[in-house]
Design a protein around this ligand. Structure first.
Ligand code: DGL
Length: 280
């Protein structure tokens, strides 16, 4: 094979996307929308979810195993779609592999820093993401004057997974969680967890019209496109769209994953395969 053939084969390779479970499908969905020619291999760590309440050490070990699995699938680039994994594991793993890897935190932080007018940004996420102060670190690298207020919202993940996207219970909890951020007069709010875009309308209504919501899933898909273009890895060959371009793997509960995925993706999932991630 010539060098040009090798390069084309690489462009045709899939992008690996991983998350602690179903939430990262919000990122996969954005990638499908924004760069529809790309094939995707998605891994959801449904046996070990949630990541948001676990330590940095544990999450880094999990992420390393998943990256090994995705590399075995010959992906050309990896997206850590999970905020907690991006916060805890990305810096270390970036230096250990020879393909590009991006997370969801940096793109979200960059857009929030650009969007705030009054220099007051709120971030909501898991205990792990908020405790790591990672969004604040990245935002302050861009502009040290910006004040960043974080709030862990652990109940949102189970509420979303229970399908209570528009429900008085979710409204009530959102009012309690967001009260402090409303008092802090933020003008920008980062939805710093994979699940939160699914309750975006509730969050937007409660935080108020004047606050810009930043969805890192959207920004990450944009950044992935730029990265693939820069590295000459963008697949320009039009694919036959559909599920044969997307493969899904999980570490447990494949059927439950499938039914959630079917509720948020445009394409019906044909199958999600269970693998033994501890083996990697
Ligand atoms: N995917 C996780 C995140 O974005 C939320 C779910 C979990 O705690 O594992 O941080």
């Amino acid at each position: 094979m010539s060098l040009a053939d090798d390069r084309e084969a690489l462009r045709q390779a899939p992008v690996g996307v991983f998350d602690s479970g179903v939430g990262g499908l919000t990122v996969a969905r954005e990638i499908m929308r924004q760069i529809p020619n790309e094939k995707i291999i998605y891994f959801g760590d449904t046996a070990r979810v949630p990541y948001g309440s676990k330590s940095k050490e544990t999450i880094t070990r999990y992420a390393r195993q998943i990256v090994r699995f995705l590399q075995e699938q010959r992906v050309k680039a990896i997206v850590a779609a999970c905020n907690t994994a991006s916060a805890y594991a990305l810096d270390e793993i970036e230096g250990e592999i020879d393909i590009p890897i991006i997370g969801v935190v940096k793109p979200g932080a960059r857009v929030a820093a650009e969007s705030t007018k009054n220099g007051r940004v709120g971030v909501i996420g898991t205990e792990g993401t908020i405790g790591s102060r990672i969004y604040s670190t990245y935002i302050k690298e861009i502009n040290p004057e910006i004040q960043v207020m974080g709030k862990a919202c652990p109940l949102f993940v189970p509420l979303v997974e229970e399908g209570l996207w528009q429900d008085p219970v979710t409204d009530e909890i959102a009012k309690r969680y967001l009260g402090g951020l409303i008092d802090s007069e933020i003008d920008t709010l980062i939805l710093g967890c994979t699940h939160y875009p699914l309750i975006r309308s509730t969050l937007g209504r409660i935080i108020g019209e004047g606050v810009t919501l930043v969805n890192p899933a959207y920004e990450t898909a944009r950044e992935l496109k730029e990265l693939l273009e820069r590295e000459q890895l963008l697949n320009e060959k039009k694919q036959e769209l559909g599920m044969n371009c997307y493969r899904f793997y999980v570490s447990d509960m494949a059927e439950k994953f499938q039914s959630f995925a079917n509720s948020i993706l445009k394409y019906g999932i044909l199958s999600a395969r269970k693998i033994d991630i501890e083996h990697y």
